[in-house]
Design a protein around this ligand. Sequence first.
Ligand SMILES: Cc1cc2nc3c(=O)[nH]c(=O)nc-3n(C[C@H](O)[C@H](O)[C@H](O)COP(=O)(O)O)c2cc1C
Length: 287
Amino acid sequence: MIKIDSNKCDSCGLCIRICHESCIKSIEGILSIDSKYCSTCTQCIAVCPKQALNWDGIKPEEFDKSLYPESTQLAELLRERRTIRDFTKQLIDKSLLEEIAGYAIYAPTHDFKLRVLILDDENIINRIDDLILKFSTNLYNRVYKPKIIYFLLKLFTPAYESEFLKAKPKLENAIKRKRGLKTKPAAVIMIIGNKKMPLSLESAQYALYNIDLYAQTKGIGCRNLVGNQLILNGNKQFKKSIGLTHYEKIYGTLALGYPAVRFKNKVTGKRINIQWNAMENETNEIV
Ligand SMILES: Cc1cc2nc3c(=O)[nH]c(=O)nc-3n(C[C@H](O)[C@H](O)[C@H](O)COP(=O)(O)O)c2cc1C
């Protein structure tokens, strides 16, 4: 909760100006926050020159700009991030997992009531792997084995043919190696939220990316399991076994471990398609 230290406040009004929920008021120089409307974004704490606002009575700290990475350093880190699917057997210290998971709070998540669940119990990780394998096997047997489905898909929705075919060798491989995931991760971090809260998925994926990048600086590789998450969310028993209530859903899933493979090269040729000022009814082509 955001708290105000009236002794430090000099009524400059910056917090009132920055508050995008308009829930901070000053009446005769006395500041008050209507927490009903507060999204807990904490921009008021971050902007106050007198450090008169805080979270739960804990004094804010000023940024140390000398610690900022150069843009070239950040660019290198962003280019180096890759999905890691081959992990060593090395475990990750619990304290390091907690430190990494904590960076979720610095994503623009507001008050979506998200929480972070760290799973490093081998039995739970094995259960996740089993569920993914079971789903892959069922999907392969029911959708890929009967030739009629491929025939119908080609006939009625040919645009999806390549997507359909892309998954085939992946599923065959999983069935052959008897594993859902390629190798066993040391831990899985999940972002859990209320089923009815809009924008939770988007918010959780931001939080997950903070975790992913910070983990990378600690030599840990990550694999976003947002695809496989559909399988886990569909299994009530599993959700209950990891402590989710009826109202909760998994909004983000990251597998973590020490990489068994090192990526050496920056990929420089592949580019995102950037467009400028594209207007409706006008050509989007950039020459
Ligand atoms: C929406 C989305 C869902 C994804 N789901 C999975 C997944 O379930 N399992 C997985 O291994 N990778 C998943 N990925 C990761 C991509 O497959 C991965 O980004 C791709 O292999 C490119 O590798 P890179 O991350 O190293 O650039 C997902 C990526 C996105 C954007």
